[in-house]
Design a protein around this ligand. Structure first.
Ligand SMILES: Cc1cc2nc3c(=O)[nH]c(=O)nc-3n(C[C@H](O)[C@H](O)[C@H](O)COP(=O)(O)OP(=O)(O)OC[C@H]3O[C@@H](n4cnc5c(N)ncnc54)[C@H](O)[C@@H]3O)c2cc1C
Length: 375
């Protein structure tokens, strides 16, 4: 079946005939590509035994949308996908000063072609419903009927902004990390940056060079001295894994690891911009106010307050408990305990490039075995 055949087979839009497949992989970022690669290695054929949909216009997952100044050097670390090294595709010099939004999509595109993964894009999965023995997968390119799902839809499309009183009153501009492009648009302004994660600090660094900044965080940020060992990484992942096995909403792995003190952070300290203020209690028309009555005026509030898992299309399956979490099981906690036909990869403990790699392998094997697709 050709790469576009699913689209034409399903048209005209709205036709009620569902195309049957064993597995639908939803999303083709690091987690979806790893899953598709492992399904292939298990002997399953793309477009025959499984089909992969991605709603983005081009290869690259969320990396294609990252802000231009996010270079490979500035990123945490982008782990190689299984079977093909980034360095074999892209000539990255030691400085790493290349845009992640250019390089990673090029790498993923080569990856898809090298392994013949046949990603269908842009195809959005709108909703998945339980139809007894099968799952009904409604896309904007037609209807599919699957026996299992590997969901790899990431977090980029679900930015999180916490609710503070007065948010709607503020007459200045409010944006989320997701909307950030370059510091120049803030030149000469006063920007309040909210958040204690790596993105907040990177954007504080950039914006503070051209604008006045005030940095606020809910909790005291945890800086980590010294190199980040593999053991520390594993311990952090284990904490998040334990949470999702208990059905608690996942926290980000970085929130557990702390922020590594890089030369860039040392330099920010010297420049006097790494001054943290506690969280304000209220947003006013012109700025923010703290509980003790102190107020400041600002032109922009930049919310670097993270993302949530993009799972709205799975809502009819009612996977979430009352606390908003999903009880996960399986070797790497990718399998939904309530419905073993569904795996979530890039979720919770696997929400990193290395975690996504491993989760893709575990989900592919477990789901294929569960559905009796292995010889
Ligand atoms: C600013 C930022 C920087 C980061 N830096 C690092 C880093 O340096 N190292 C690291 O390991 N991790 C980093 N992460 C975490 C990173 O997001 C993951 O590591 C990884 O790239 C996510 O891969 P993914 O496949 O889970 O999701 P994504 O890359 O988000 O891919 C999900 C794909 O699913 C598609 N999709 C979504 N919904 C649907 C739908 N309904 N139907 C069809 N397709 C859909 C999307 O279009 C997208 O292409 C960073 C995250 C952020 C926000």
């Amino acid at each position: 079946m050709k790469n576009t055949d699913y689209q034409s087979a399903a048209s005209p839009r709205g036709a009620a005939v569902a195309i049957k497949v064993d597995i639908v992989v939803i999303g083709a970022g690091q987690a979806g590509l790893s899953s598709a690669y492992h399904l292939r290695r298990l002997g399953l054929e793309p477009d025959k035994n499984f089909v992969t949909f991605d709603r983005s216009p081009r290869p690259g997952g969320a990396w294609q949308f990252r802000w231009p100044s996010l270079t490979l050097a500035a990123a945490n670390h982008i782990h190689d996908l299984p079977g093909l090294k980034l360095a074999d595709v892209i000539d990255v010099d030691a400085s790493g000063e290349v845009q992640a939004s250019t390089v990673v999509p090029r790498y993923y595109e080569t990856y898809e072609k090298t392994f013949g993964l046949r990603i269908h894009r842009p195809v959005e999965v709108r909703v998945v419903c339980d139809r007894g023995e099968r799952l009904r997968v409604e896309t904007d390119a037609g209807l599919f009927s699957a026996r299992g799902i590997i969901n790899a839809t990431g977090t980029w499309e679900t930015p999180h902004i916490p609710d503070y009183p007065g948010r709607e009153r503020f007459k200045g501009r409010q944006i989320h990390t997701k909307d950030y492009r370059t510091p120049e648009e803030f030149a000469g302004k006063h920007v309040i940056i909210v958040g204690a994660g790596i993105s907040a600090i990177q954007l504080l660094d950039e914006i503070s060079r051209v604008a006045r900044t005030t940095w606020v965080t809910r909790r005291e940020p945890e800086f980590r001295q010294g190199p980040f060992t593999q053991e520390a990484g594993r311990a952090a992942v284990a904490i998040v894994e334990e949470r999702v096995r208990q059905g608690l909403p996942p926290t980000s792995v970085v929130s557990v690891t702390g922020i590594p003190v890089t030369p860039r952070i040392e330099e920010m300290r010297k420049r006097g911009v790494l001054v943290r203020h506690p969280m304000f209690s209220e947003i006013t028309e012109t700025g923010v106010r703290w509980a003790d009555g102190r107020e400041i005026e600002a032109d922009v509030i930049l919310w670097c307050t993270g993302f949530r898992s993009s799972l709205d299309h799975l809502a009819p399956l009612q996977l979430r408990g009352d606390n908003g979490g999903i009880i996960m099981t399986g070797r790497l906690a990718t399998q939904v305990a309530k419905d073993p036909r569904i795996h979530l990869v890039g979720y919770g403990p696997s929400a990193s490039t290395i975690g996504a790699n491993r989760a893709g392998g575990a989900a592919a094997r477990e789901l294929a075995a569960f559905l009796g697709l292995l010889e």
